[in-house]
Design a protein around this ligand. Structure first.
Ligand SMILES: NC(=O)c1ccc[n+]([C@@H]2O[C@H](COP(=O)([O-])OP(=O)(O)OC[C@H]3O[C@@H](n4cnc5c(N)ncnc54)[C@H](OP(=O)(O)O)[C@@H]3O)[C@@H](O)[C@H]2O)c1
Length: 340
């Protein structure tokens, strides 16, 4: 089968950073599905795993943790899907990714694809939708109940990126929160407003002043989709007493968590690979989340976050997509579709 992989961890402008390779088609056993991949999205995790280092792989390492495709084989213990089902999934960080014509994936991490979307529209969603859903409803424990959230507010830092684009919609349309999204450019400001942000603040300015200017000096919840260290003390100022902050991005330097004590503020981490990495007893929740999101797409509550589609899925196009992500200016999602 066709695949895109790497042997060496090189800067993305090196043509050998991602290579077109041929690999054997794997076989599905146990709870694995074999999915024929039709479209993939790229995420910052791809570029982080690919980050230059000295290590050399003996066989091609396949990246990619966002896919839509069709089930072509199911292991004997599978019960959630049948051959021919259209599916979408993020996957597991410790297994080969989706940048290959066929991929094995535990069925508990797979959802039925939204019926109203094409493969490329669906591939934009799984990793960021699971991340945003787990952040808002599992980690921050926001009620899935609009009346219960009346008068409550959330600040989403980095609103126009992949995670922010779906988190804004979930926080606004599903939870009924007042949503403040951060964006720094006219095009990202327009994007987050279109997705349902009630207010936009500019993260290139002082966020404390920006929040005062919109009349919301403190919020009940903060989701930080960007530099944890740069925003940590600002978030401590912006969170309400007894509020909750969710972090997604590794901290490069130690932070003083006692700044949150006076307010009894909660600090939580989200890693969307936790459930699969530790094979938690509730890892099937990711199957349920993806099915719920599919239903919310099909009933018109949510919309796909795809913003650019490239074809085909090959090393040259993936190198372009990685370079765009590394620039830090992506709006919504970049998707690649089809194999030639
Ligand atoms: N823990 C997890 O499970 C998990 C899951 C998914 C993602 N992540 C991490 O979360 C981060 C965001 O992921 P993503 O997919 O949303 O990234 P992304 O799509 O690459 O984000 C791009 C956006 O970042 C915004 N941005 C750039 N500089 C910023 C700054 N200084 N402050 C705030 N926003 C800034 C840009 O908005 P403007 O152009 O308006 O500045 C741009 O629209 C990544 O580090 C990713 O690895 C973690």
């Amino acid at each position: 089968m066709k695949a895109v992989g790497l042997f060496r961890y090189l800067p993305i402008d090196n043509p050998e950073s991602l290579l077109d390779v041929e690999l054997p088609v794997p076989r599905a056993t146990g709870r694995d599905l074999l999915v024929k991949v039709q479209a993939v999205a790229v995420n910052p995790v791809d570029t982080k795993v690919r980050r230059p280092k000295d290590k050399v792989e003996a066989s091609p390492k396949v990246l990619g943790w966002d896919a839509a495709g069709e089930v072509v084989e199911a292991g004997l213990n599978c019960s959630l899907f049948k051959i021919g089902d259209k599916v979408y999934h993020a996957g597991e960080i410790g297994r080969p990714g989706c940048n290959s014509e066929y991929q094995l994936i535990d069925e508990r991490l797979v959802g039925h694809m939204p019926k109203s979307l094409s493969y490329e529209q669906a591939a934009a969603l799984p990793l960021t939708a699971v991340t945003a859903w787990e952040s808002l409803f599992d980690r921050l424990a926001i009620a899935l109940d609009v009346p219960a959230n009346q008068g409550k507010s959330i600040l989403i830092i980095g609103g126009a990126g992949g995670v922010g684009s779906i988190a804004i919609q979930l926080a606004s349309k599903v939870a009924g929160l007042t949503v403040v999204a951060s964006a720094s450019r006219p095009e990202t400001t327009a994007w987050v407003k279109d997705l349902g942000a009630d207010h936009v603040v500019n993260h290139r300015n002082n966020l404390v002043t920006e929040m005062q200017n919109i009349g919301l000096p403190q919020v009940d919840y903060i989701l930080c989709n960007n530099d944890t260290d740069a925003y940590f003390s600002t978030m401590a100022e912006l969170i309400k007493p007894q509020g909750k902050i969710c972090l997604l991005v590794d901290s490069a330097s130690p932070q003083d968590i006692t700044v949150l004590k006076g307010k009894s503020a909660t600090l939580v981490w989200e890693s969307m690979f936790t459930r699969s990495m530790f094979q938690t007893p509730d890892m099937i929740e990711q199957h349920h989340i993806l099915n719920l999101v599919a239903g919310l797409i099909d009933d018109g509550t949510l919309k796909t976050t795809v913003n650019q589609v490239m074809s085909p899925i090959n090393a040259a196009n993936l190198r372009v997509a990685h370079a765009k992500l590394e620039a830090g200016t992506t709006i919504g999602k970049i998707v690649l579709c089809g194999w030639k």
